[in-house]
Design a protein around this ligand. Sequence first.
Ligand code: PMV
Length: 319
Amino acid sequence: MDEHRGEGRGRGFRKAILINEHFVVYGVPAVAVPVFRPVEVSVELHRPGKGIRLWGFPGAGKGGDGEMVQAARAVMQGLGIDPEPGELRIRCRDDLPNWSGLGSSAGFCVALARALCEALGRSCPDETINRAAYQGERIFAANPSGIDNTVATYGRSLWYVRGRTPPWEWIRTAGPLRLVIGSSGLPASTREQVERVARFKEERPSVFSALLEEAGALVRKARGELEVGDWPSLGESMNQGHAMLRRLGVSHGVLDEMVAFCLREGALGAKLTGAGGGGCMIALVEDAELGTRIAAGLQRMGYPAICVEPGAEDHRGGP
Ligand code: PMV
């Protein structure tokens, strides 16, 4: 870094995993869609100076400033920047604070990587941003599949297979997809949930491998439904996905209650999304009117909720 002062801004998208969170960590394909409620970061670099300071902590609910600072350093290393660059001031704007499960930590890492590149006058391709953000994600999740940072970078619906090169391919969804996203308000730690699944695998290997098989078949079916716009069948697949995640032990009574409410109110399908154990759930609805009504119902029960249309914007090439 050779300037005495630099400023930059960046955005990273959120995501909702439609099918196969957790299973994706073990190489089973997963489908995720972007949620256009980005995390925004601005940075100021000052030299001389010392240390990383954070404002507007992006309520990822996953640690504390210590983890955020470590993640910031990891992102910088991923970009090939000296992680002790003088003073780095990071400001974050997050309009869904504490909504875990939507990839806000990945959104933060991507936004930070973009902001740093701008502050240093570098033009960083999406590929570089994605790689650097993955390094930051490793601080939050220990063994992340990479699906979150990929959607946070590209803002497109994708099919993700860990271990392939590249691990993702774009999916074209037939027509608008409408989702209600509800937040349980319960903090969720991706790391703890991923470790819980690892214990399940160790303790019940044959049940786990049968679940992986089932997850593989389910996601292939769901992809077809998404591509032809068979929303009722996709809703069924989401219900099946939720049942499998319950069997893994990563749901929560509150999430189950929210899912049941959405189904009773006419959603085509509903499930937890992200790491679970708290955090968010999603419900597939036929139209925006029903989605708005269901979101209002969740709010009345005390759960913040929104109705979104993932994929409504095309952010090819990044924000
Ligand atoms: O809860 P989130 O937004 O951190 O999503 C975690 C998704 C997992 O599949 C559980 C983990 C991963 O690395 O893919």
